[in-house]
Write a protein that binds this ligand. Structure first.
Ligand code: NAP
Ligand code: GDD
Length: 338
């Protein structure tokens, strides 16, 4: 019998890659999808006609809908990827973020407990949990948490309620503590994609410059395709445990900008400081990057650098795509698109 998986957040970056991975492993894949007034299935358009792929309307905040779906689908595995996932936006909509990103996880776990506690459960936890303690880098499963945003605080609740349902009800519930992972399918409101889309539009003559916030933030950026493989491996392990998935490398936003412009043959020279800093084309002197305080956050996570050694040792998981190749892949895709 093929395994059955239910994915919340199926229309998102990770949901689309995970669906493709599970279909390639002969799973029957069911995705939870919200009703939109416009089409939101762009990322899963290639698999919509797959005979083993099914979509169901619902919402992570609707507990009766979640229970009914689980009863109907009887999945072997649930991957909870649904979230208001933008950290900056969570400062604008903190209560909504808590409801969806935090309490939504409880609603899904409670449905699992009531309908079938044998279902394996994956929770999309995050390096944002580590937030404010840069002195403890690299960050591992043992690093204390200190979230710095409403998103991080909501994910902290989701992390612990997952651990609690594992310990209280013996549910195979695991946290994947994933560091930033990107791809050509990354939402355009995240910094990497904002940069690669911006460069593609500049090259096409459709945009003058890219306006960014904090250029000094450091992130451990990997490729989403590698990370969904890790999610699956976490649920195939003998015991329910929590794992960090990361590259073990960190880069500033500034370095991402430089590397991405290098891909189109432009060298960036930085002039000025703070909000007056600008990135100029070294040949023409044209301003291609500037700083807009609108993109600063009320609180910032300065440094994320993960230690993936537990996942490498126990799950035999390792990222395959390097930072440079990730940037190249995203730029090439956006140059074609724009
Ligand atoms: P994403 O592209 O923003 O996708 C989020 C998904 O959640 C979308 O499918 C979205 O649906 C869905 N969603 C939002 N609110 C919902 C609700 N109320 N009910 C049902 N579905 C809802 O995020 P991602 O990058 O794929 O990340 C997947 C998960 O991993 C998220 O939980 C994120 O917080 C977490 N995470 C991501 C990273 C990363 O670097 N990407 C790192 C660590 C953890 P719509 O299409 O309808 O908006
Ligand atoms: N979005 C955005 N837009 N970020 C900017 C900008 C800008 O114009 N300019 C600078 N940044 C900085 C942010 O302040 C942050 O320090 C860094 O770039 C990365 O921001 P995002 O790409 O928005 O990602 P994130 O690190 O805040 O959150 C992502 O990774 C988390 C895992 O660490 C999201 O995918 C979260 O859902 C995920 O949990």
């Amino acid at each position: 019998m093929p395994k059955i998986a239910l994915i919340t957040g199926v229309t998102g970056q990770d949901g689309s890659y995970l669906s493709e991975l599970l279909l390639s492993k002969n799973y029957e894949v069911h995705g939870l999808i919200r009703r939109h007034s416009t089409i939101c299935t762009e990322r899963i358009s290639d698999i919509l006609d797959d005979k083993n792929f099914f979509l169901h309307y619902g919402d992570i905040s609707d507990s009766s809908n979640l229970s009914n779906l689980i009863r109907e689908i009887q999945p072997d595995e649930i991957y909870n990827l649904a979230a208001q996932s933008n950290v900056g936006t969570s400062f604008e909509v903190p209560e909504y973020t808590a409801e969806v990103t935090g309490v939504g996880t409880l609603k899904l776990l409670e449905a699992v407990r009531q309908v079938n506690p044998k279902i394996k459960f994956y929770q999309a936890s995050t390096s944002e949990l580590f937030g404010g303690i840069p002195e403890t880098a690299p960050q591992s499963e043992k690093t204390p948490f200190y979230p710095k945003s409403p998103y991080g605080a909501a994910k902290l609740y989701a992390y612990w309620i997952t651990v609690n349902y594992r310990e209280s009800y013996n549910i195979f519930a695991c946290n994947g503590i994933l560091f930033n992972h990107e791809s050509p399918r990354r939402g355009e409101d995240f910094v990497t994609r904002k940069i690669t889309v911006g460069i593609a539009k500049i090259m096409a003559g459709k945009q003058e410059k890219i306006s960014l916030g904090n250029l000094n933030a450091k992130r451990d950026w990997g490729f989403a395709g590698d990370y969904v493989e890790g999610m699956w491996k976490i649920l195939q392990h003998d015991n329910p445990e929590d794992f960090v998935l990361a590259t073990g490398e960190t880069h500033t936003v500034r370095e991402f900008v430089e590397t991405a412009f290098e891909e189109v043959g432009i060298k960036i020279e930085w002039h000025g400081e703070g909000v007056d800093e600008k990135g100029l084309c070294s040949k023409t002197g044209k301003v291609l990057v500037d700083v807009n305080p609108q993109f600063f956050r009320p609180a910032e996570v300065d440094l994320l650098l993960g230690d993936p050694s537990k996942a490498e040792k126990i799950l035999n998981w390792k990222r395959k795509i390097s930072f440079k190749n990730l940037v190249k892949m995203m730029i090439e895709s956006d140059l074609k698109k724009f």
